[in-house]
Design a protein around this ligand. Structure first.
Ligand code: NAD
Length: 352
């Protein structure tokens, strides 16, 4: 298994492999870049079919975190860790503690947060061995409620700021009164985004595979329930993907009537070229790794002891960064995702 010649290798600073016989832990930590600060990123536990698959994931995801944190104006670099194993069968206190001890060996160059297959409670167990975990403290969130590390309210608020910036740029309007928004997925983030939009007077159309979530949005936010087939091609102003990835593809771009795509889901573009196709169709796309950075802002600033008001201010900067991206994309005739990558690279190119 090669690392330096791996297709996903991209000048990563450090890739560390850990194993612990007693607990069965096998983990890889990839630190992509620490020019802006320590590399903060999720610790994923997944039953990878091979070590190669785990390496591919950790290389790709750690690089993505460098871009995300730079675009979020955080003094953080990009990193990620993967634990090879089934979280339902292989996770144990011993294994998590062993992971915590390994994190100590990295001396704070990488800080772990929750991810697929790990939760706040798991990070707290790691935290019994190390200080290099984040998003583990109970505190007051941006919505004024006590939260247990779950960054969804911040992600939703940041996404809302991003929708506003995109609507302003594309439709030339600062208010959202009567704006039609289709929200795909009304879970932790999507529902809260829908609440913000509703409070601003937007008219909501929602779809979710969990009927109870849809019913709640209809009852509490006056949303209109639509089918999974309809949601992408609805005659609305904004399509907000908040469920799954790869929703922007050859098929869906043909159906889209919305002039703005702005939502929290990760990896919305099925392929990079779909960003360019959206542009050609006259649809403004808010790159997902910019608009959904509220979670990393929340977790990153919490570690520094920031107050909710400081976090809120930085979440609002998501709108400013997106506006800069939109303007530069128009000027340069390039897609918004290409410009977002350029801005990130400018921001993390040099040591701070
Ligand atoms: P969640 O699981 O709470 O919500 C997702 C919702 O989408 C659920 O209600 C689910 O039933 C629904 N859903 C799943 N498949 C669907 C489908 N095919 N059609 C319609 N609805 C479907 O997750 P979340 O935390 O709200 O995250 C939503 C998205 O935002 C994910 O892509 C996630 O990676 C991304 N994201 C979340 C955060 C965060 O802070 N939670 C941060 C960054 C990015």
């Amino acid at each position: 298994m090669s690392v330096f010649s791996h297709t996903e290798f991209s000048e990563h600073q450090q890739v560390s492999f850990f194993s612990d016989r007693e607990s069965g832990l096998k983990a890889i930590v990839a630190i992509h870049n620490t020019n802006r600060g320590p590399a903060l990123g999720g610790c994923r536990m997944w039953p990878y079919a091979s070590d190669e698959e785990a390496l591919r994931d950790v290389l790709r995801l750690s690089k993505g975190m460098t871009y995300k944190s730079a675009l979020a104006n955080l003094n953080l670099g990009g990193g990620k860790s993967v634990i090879i194993g089934d979280p339902r069968k292989d996770k144990s206190e011993k294994l998590l503690r062993a992971m915590g001890r390994f994190l100590n060996q990295l001396g704070g160059a990488y800080i772990a947060a929750e991810d697929s297959g790990t939760g706040v409670d798991d990070l707290r167990v790691m935290g019994q061995e190390t200080d290099y975990v984040a998003g583990v403290n109970d505190r007051i969130g941006v919505d004024g409620l006590v939260k247990n590390g779950d960054p969804s309210p911040s992600t939703a608020y940041g996404t809302f700021m991003g929708v506003r910036a995109a609507v302003k740029h594309q439709l030339g309007r600062s208010d959202l009164e009567g704006l039609k928004v289709a929200v795909q997925g009304v879970g932790n983030v999507g529902y809260r985004l829908a609440e913000h939009l509703h409070q601003s007077g937007a008219k909501l159309y929602v779809n979710d595979i969990h009927q109870a979530q849809v019913d709640r949005a209809v009852a509490e936010l006056g949303a209109t329930a639509v089918s999974a087939k309809e949601i992408v091609g609805l005659d609305v102003d904004v399509f907000a993907p908040c469920a799954l990835g790869a929703v922007i593809n050859d098929n869906s771009i043909g159906q889209l009537k919305a002039k703005v795509v702005a939502g929290a889901a990760n990896n919305q573009l099925s392929e990079e070229r779909h960003g360019e196709l959206l542009k050609q169709k006259g649809v403004l796309y808010a790159p997902d790794f910019v608009i959904n950075a509220g979670g990393i802002i929340d977790i990153g600033l919490e570690r520094d002891g920031a107050k909710p008001a400081d976090i809120q201010r930085q979440l609002e900067e998501i709108g400013d960064t997106l506006s800069e991206i939109f303007i530069r994309a128009d000027r340069g005739g390039l897609s918004t995702s290409v410009i977002a990558n350029q801005i990130a690279e400018e921001r993390f190119a040099h040591n701070r």
